[in-house]
Design a protein. Structure first.
Length: 242
């Protein structure tokens, strides 16, 4: 095996890729339900190269994914956290076939905000898309209490100061044909930022939905509460400007 590739213990590989416990993985191996390159596996700790060896569990190939990226259309009332005693979290909406150890939301949406929540187990990727230095834009659709004005567009673009003394990076405010409905594009993610920016120009957000991260739009076929895996070629779109 090339030195730059990682070898996995078979039980660890199964546990990680199937989101099962190490003991459950060992039980599958013990019952001869796991094959490696067509041969029944006998040792829990046998080393495999996931990029070259073919592993199957109960007749189904276990496709190796080093990391997973999930697009969730988050409903209001659900929080972006890994666990919470009182409130449903985004991880609880992930179906069993997409679950794996180490999943977390890359960034946060407010509890009452809907839309594109990105779930992953890739910490480096999450840091990159959340860092203001990387300029990965996040675009929101907002309904305002009062119609937006052209002066608001200028205020957003100037990098306004909001309550508490925080100074925002320049943002883009797009007014639609209905001036109470706008799109707001941010480079950062301060606490309640969209709502605080609206309040800074004398308005109020009554509905908020994130519709895009970087160049990747929320899949319009995803109903609220549904999710799907983001394909690797779509990851590149996140780093795109549009």
């Amino acid at each position: 095996m090339p030195k730059n590739r990682e070898a996995f213990r078979l039980d660890r590989f199964l546990s990680n890729q199937l989101n099962i416990s190490r003991n459950d993985a060992k039980e599958l191996i013990k019952k001869r339900l796991v094959t490696v390159n067509g041969q029944a596996a006998k040792l829990f700790d046998m080393k495999i190269d996931p990029e070259r060896d073919t592993v199957a569990s109960e007749g189904n190939e276990v496709v190796y994914r080093k990391h997973i990226y999930i697009m969730l259309n988050k409903p209001a009332g659900v929080i972006c956290a890994t666990k919470d005693r009182l409130t449903e979290t985004v991880l609880e909406l992930i179906p069993p076939e997409l679950r794996r150890q180490g999943l977390f939301p890359a960034g946060r949406l407010d509890k009452d905000t809907e839309g594109f929540a990105l779930i992953t187990d890739d910490g480096v990727f999450a840091h990159e898309i959340l860092s203001p230095k990387k300029h990965v834009d996040k675009k929101y659709f907002a309904v305002l209490e009062k119609p937006a004005k052209e002066s608001d567009v200028e205020a957003f673009a100037s990098g306004m100061e909001i309550d508490g003394g925080d100074v925002c990076m320049p943002a883009v405010l797009e007014i639609t044909d209905n001036p109470s409905e706008v799109y707001i594009t941010l480079r950062e993610g301060m606490f309640h930022q969209v709502k605080r920016m609206a309040e800074a120009v004398g308005n109020k957000v009554t509905y908020l939905k994130r519709v895009q991260i970087g160049g990747l739009r929320l899949d319009e076929n995803l109903a609220v509460g549904e999710c799907r895996e983001i394909l690797h070629n779509e990851i590149e779109k996140i780093y795109a400007k549009k």
